[in-house]
Each structure stands twice: as C-alpha cells, then as structure tokens.
Design a protein around this ligand. Structure first.
Ligand SMILES: *Cc1c(COP(=O)(O)O)cnc(C)c1O
Length: 454
C-alpha cells in the first residue's frame, strides 16, 4: 500500500516512510492511494477476531504492508497492554438506541492514547531497524502532549520534548507530562501562550540543518498512523452493536481537529455500512458552521471548558476536502490557498452527505453533564458532554467518550456536586514535577535540545 499527498506534489511513499514523514513536504496530508473495499467475508473475519489487538492487527495489516506481519502483530499487542480495561474500548449501553464508547482507558485517560501508544511503538521499531535515534518535538495545550509522552516513555533511541504554556495547562495535565520520571522525556514550560510555543516550533522545524542533525520528528494530529489506528475502535464498536441494528448506527464525535471523526468516515468509505456521523463541536464551531452552511470560515478561538476541542483550523479536514473535490489535488491546493489567504472558503452546492453537526456552548456543558447523570447515572467529561447536546431519535447513537471525567474534576463538581477521581491521577499527585522553564524563543529551545537530544 502506498500513500499519496492530498496536494499531489509529493512522490507516493510506503507506510513506514509516510509515518516517519508526518506532514507531506508539499504541505499536504498522506492518504492511502486506494482504500480497500471490505466484503461481507472481510467483515465476518473482523467479527471473529477475539481481542481488540487482534482486530487491530487484522485491520492494519492491510495498510502497514512494509512491516513484517509478525512484527506488526507484536507492536500492536504491546500498544494495547497499557490499557486498564480488558476490552480496551468498552461499549456501554445507556438506554434504548444509546451507547457510549469509552475511549479513555489508556495511560493518559483520553482517546489520543489509541493512536499514540501505537505511534510510539512504530517510532521505536523504526529506530531499531534503521539503527538511528529520533528526537520528537511538539507543542501542546494539554492532551496531545501527555499522550505523545506516554507513547515514547523510556523507549531506547528516542527522546521527546514537549512545549506547553507555563501555567496554562491544567495541573493534572502538567503532571501527566512532568511526573513520568523517564529520562527521555522533557516537559518544557515556556513563558508565553500556546501560540508562542507553536510559532517557535515552526521556526525550529524550518531550520533544515538543525532538523536533519537531530532527526527531529513532529508530533501532531495529522500523522496517517494516528488516523488508521483510530479506525479500529469504530470497527470494534460497530461489531458490538446487535447485528439487526448495525445499519442504523450514527457515531457522535466530540470534534476539534477532525482527526477522530475522519477515521470513522474513512472506515465507512471502506464499505462498513455506518449510517451517519455527527460532528459535535464546542463553542469553537468552525466545523458546525461548515456542515450546516457549506462555508469553512475561521473564527477566533475562545477558550472553553472542553479545551482539547479549542481549535480554529481543523488540520485533518483537508483529507475530507480531498474526497469532496473529487480527489483532485489541484482543487485541494486552490481551496487551501484561498483559505490561507482569506480565512474562508465557500463550497458551492455543498452536500453534507451522511454528516450532521451540533454545537455546544460553555453555558450548556454543565447542564448536559447534570442531565446525563440524572437520566443515566453516568458521568461524562466536558468534551463528551458536547456529544450529548442533541441525539437523533431515529438512529442508534454511539457517543464517543473521549476523556475520563476524572481529568476535569472542577467542571464535574460544579455540575453534579461529585468529584470524580482516578487512581492513576491520584498517584501522580505524590510524584515530583520535573519541568524545564524556558523562554518561548527558538534560540532557547534549540539550545536545550542541543544539550539533551539523543
Ligand atoms: C483531542 C481531543 C478531542 C478532539 O479530537 P480531534 O481529533 O481533534 O477532533 C476531543 N476530546 C478530547 C478529550 C481530546 O483530547
């Protein structure tokens, strides 16, 4: 299987190279050259996979075709042993036609672990095969950095440097990054905003010589391995719904960068008969507006109670656009150039297909947490709450629970008077915080990397 760029100006790459490259050099995003089309026999075969890791292997072996199957199977098995729930992604029924898919049983208690545990092992494997070290660098406003760190924790031949705005991530998120005790992990608290960190990072990656010298790799939400790993929990959930209801399933996805919901949609494009997807945004509603009006138009980010969905530009959306414009890279370039220049693009005769959308303001989140608790005795985190804004009564809704409520104790306490806890977070509270305070300048950050890179 080869991977092409949505912008069509990069030579197609094999799986491992596409994963190592992350963002295509022409600025586009990698996608499989052709999507497999699953037959009824394929679906049956998926259904017969017992454990989650087996299903994941059965799915990914069709994509990671340049990794020997036995190796791939081992990497996948290792990636999901770090999850606390034996079914990895349990599907819980809350009522008639209503399920939640719990995606928060990984080491950092948010769905990003599904992709980043695997990506960490793929990086580790690559280092071993190529006998090279790799230095991973990223900026985070919270969940991604923690999940990336836990994906690479203690892996030989790797180091990870995560920048975050000092004092502006939640104390628990900071502890997940800064209390690991691992020698290859560097939590860099910069004196500036997330945007300052992001700007410094762009500069550093723009310095070709520095990037090559340290074999720097970016951690971000556009890596194709992340998207493919995420397809698997949609498949797993869909197979757990009773057979007679499977053709009526609508996945409800709390959405920021469009990475999560894109994975479900790709699976549907591979012939899994999923009925629909609901894109559930918070008050940062660029995708809600897109799917209701056909206009993709940037607004200003307003920090919310569901911070991992506070985005202006949905970086994975380009993969959806690619299909929307008839898989024509020239059209993709035109859309992205217009969007970059003007902050907006209007799709004429936009057909939203099997997508619907909802938007949830901060003022509504607490009320929804209270209502779900009252009606179902179930506690949802503020991101998942956005998914419960409105459900289609004619569908079997599967709401993706993207984070554990224990990560957001203040919001939950304010809504229902109970403060959820989790043993892994409690354990963090007694461990020392090891963070490095740095100026948010490329010079300060590169000097630090020079000293600590592997
Ligand atoms: C990252 C994140 C999201 C948004 O996911 P996207 O792939 O960016 O749409 C939602 N909820 C939680 C808890 C997250 O960490």
């Amino acid at each position: 299987m080869r991977y092409i760029s949505t912008r069509g100006q990069t030579e197609p790459l094999g799986f491992s190279d596409a994963v190592a490259t992350g963002l295509a050099p022409d600025g586009g995003l990698f996608l499989p050259e052709t999507l497999p089309q699953f037959s009824a026999a394929d679906l049956k075969r998926f259904e017969q996979c017992g454990r989650y890791a087996e299903l994941c292997f059965e799915f990914l072996r069709r994509f990671a075709t340049d990794i020997p199957e036995a190796t791939l199977r081992g990497l996948i098995a290792k990636s999901y042993t770090t999850f606390a729930d034996p079914s990895i992604a349990p599907l819980k029924q809350l009522g008639k036609n209503l399920h939640v898919l719990e995606l928060f049983h990984g080491p950092t208690l948010a769905f990003k672990d599904f992709a980043l545990q695997l990506l960490g092992n793929l990086y580790g494997h690559q280092c071993a095969v190529r006998r090279e070290s790799i230095n991973v660098l990223g900026a985070t406003s919270g969940d991604t950095g923690a999940a990336a760190i836990h994906g690479l924790l203690g892996k030989p031949g790797t180091a990870i440097f995560i920048l975050y705005p000092d004092g502006r991530v939640s104390p628990l998120q900071e502890r997940q990054m800064a209390c690991t005790g691992a020698e290859n992990v560097f939590a860099l608290a910069v004196d500036g905003s997330f945007d300052d960190a992001q700007t410094a990072l762009k500069d550093i990656f723009g310095d070709q010589a520095f990037r090559l010298k340290h074999r720097l790799s970016a951690v971000n939400s556009v890596n194709i391995a992340r998207v493919l790993a995420q397809c698997v929990y949609y498949l797993s959930a869909w197979l757990r719904v009773p057979a007679g209801e499977r053709d009526n399933v609508e996945f409800v996805v709390p959405t920021g960068n469009f990475g999560n919901v894109l994975a479900g949609w790709l699976l549907q494009q591979m012939g899994v008969p999923i009925r629909g997807f609901k894109v559930a945004t918070n008050q940062n509603d660029i995708l809600y507006r897109m799917f209701t009006t056909g206009e993709y138009c940037m607004g200003a980010v307003r920090p919310s109670l569901a911070p991992s969905m506070d985005i202006q530009v949905a970086s994975n959306f380009e993969r959806f656009i690619y299909t929307g414009v008839g898989r024509d890279p020239a059209r993709v370039r035109e859309v992205m150039a217009t969007f970059k220049a003007t902050g907006a693009y209007r799709f004429e005769n936009f057909d939203r297909g099997i997508f619907s959308a909802s938007r949830c303001t901060d003022a509504e989140i607490g009320g929804i947490i209270a209502r779900v608790y009252r009606e179902h005795g179930y506690v949802v985190d503020p991101h998942t709450a956005c998914g419960f804004k409105e459900l289609n009564p004619d569908r079997v809704s599967v709401v993706l629970a993207t984070a554990s409520p224990a990560k957001f104790p203040e919001t939950i306490r304010a809504a229902i008077g109970i403060e959820p806890t989790h043993p892994s977070l409690e354990a963090l509270k007694t461990r020392p915080v090891v963070k490095h305070l740095l100026k948010a300048t490329p010079a300060a950050i590169t000097a630090f990397i020079e000293r600590h890179a592997v």
